[in-house]
Ligand binder design. Structure first.
Ligand code: ISE
Length: 336
């Protein structure tokens, strides 16, 4: 069976997913594209897909089996809920939604539907390095985790449209999710420190930031968010256990040596850095849709990450005060 996929949001991320489905993955075909920008009709035609101006129209098309949402975060919730109501599996890019209440509405709709239909696009869960780190911890040879040190560095971000809030809800949200995944527990408190501002930062952006969080068992996480560092897209993570540490290695396979010394290339974007993880995520999702199963992170993971984001934003507003993360108790539907 070929899964007939509808894409909502034909920007860079959406088109990268189309490209991988068309050229690298098996079992899926993009048959429809929705985007508020009517120029996307030309793009839809170029890939042989039908065009719809809105998400709900695409979701209602009986020729669409499953949906990928790659619009900006604020627009996600209504489309995710429409897909759930239509009984169609949905892979929604992060964040699941930008408010905890929108996430709660999604959780309620999914529980009413009685089966897990929502996968949140936390692609790092499919990255080989993070999975090896997680295995080191669960094997238990080096004891339990005490700290996680993360760095999230981007060459630049758009000078307009990207705000200090986005440094947390669009960027740090990856470390928030991956630390929950690595440690298999919730984050309970968070504070945001504001170091000296980089002159590379566009006006008004408080860049860099450091997010400091604590989990239920007391593991301390620090995350440097530094989004105009120029030299490349550089993601680092070190997990500290009682008697060993494990960290992500560089992704490159070669080192060039010449008169200028040793060097390796540093990639420029998340689409390159996590290319294999994105492929694994979308391939596994297509296979799960075929079998009527769920894969990847759940709507609960999307909700939990948004609750941590909310606490971090509260801290930012209050001069870096430590803020407790407010969450509902995990419904039985999502346990396990
Ligand atoms: C972007 O949306 C991503 O998901 C990237 O992984 C992140 O590095 C970037 O800061 C975000 O804007």
């Amino acid at each position: 069976m070929t899964v007939r996929i509808g894409l909502i949001g034909a920007g860079g991320m959406g088109r990268a997913h189309v490209e991988r489905i068309q050229t690298e993955l098996a079992g899926g075909e993009v048959v429809a594209v929705a985007d508020v920008n009517p120029d996307a009709a030309v793009y839809a035609e170029s890939i042989g897909a039908r065009y719809f101006p809105t998400g709900p129209e695409l979701i209602a098309d009986p020729g669409v089996d499953a949906v990928i949402i790659a619009t900006f975060g604020k627009a996600h919730a209504p489309d995710v809920i429409a897909a759930i109501k239509a009984g169609k599996p949905v892979l929604c890019e992060k964040p699941l939604a930008t408010t905890a209440q929108d996430c709660l509405d999604i959780l309620a709709a999914e529980q009413e539907a009685g089966r897990k239909l929502v996968t949140v696009g936390f692609m790092r869960r499919f990255d080989k390095g993070y999975n090896e780190m997680r295995a080191q911890l669960t094997e238990g040879q080096h004891g339990y985790a005490t700290m996680v040190h993360c760095r999230h560095r981007n060459p630049s971000v758009p000078a307009t449209l990207y705000t200090t809030r986005n440094m947390i809800d669009d960027t740090a949200i990856h470390e928030i999710d991956i630390c929950r995944f690595l440690l298999d527990e919730e984050i309970t408190t968070v504070r945001v420190d504001t170091p000296r501002r980089s002159s590379n930062a566009p006006q008004g952006l408080q860049d860099p930031l450091v997010l400091v969080a604590t989990t239920a068992s007391g593991v301390r996480i620090d995350d440097e968010i530094n989004v105009n560092i120029k030299f490349g897209y550089a993601i680092e993570c070190e997990l500290v256990m009682e008697s060993g540490t494990v960290r992500l290695a560089d992704q490159d396979h070669t080192i060039l040596r010449d008169i200028e010394g040793d060097r390796h290339a540093i990639c420029r974007s998340h689409i390159d850095r996590f290319h294999d993880a994105f492929n694994a995520e979308v391939q596994q999702w297509i296979r799960a849709v075929e079998r009527g199963e769920h894969t990847g992170s759940t709507a609960w993971d999307g909700y939990a990450a948004t609750c941590v984001v909310d606490a971090a934003l509260e801290s930012l507003k209050n001069q870096g005060r430590e803020v407790a993360v407010q969450m509902i108790e995990q419904p039985a539907f999502y346990v396990g």
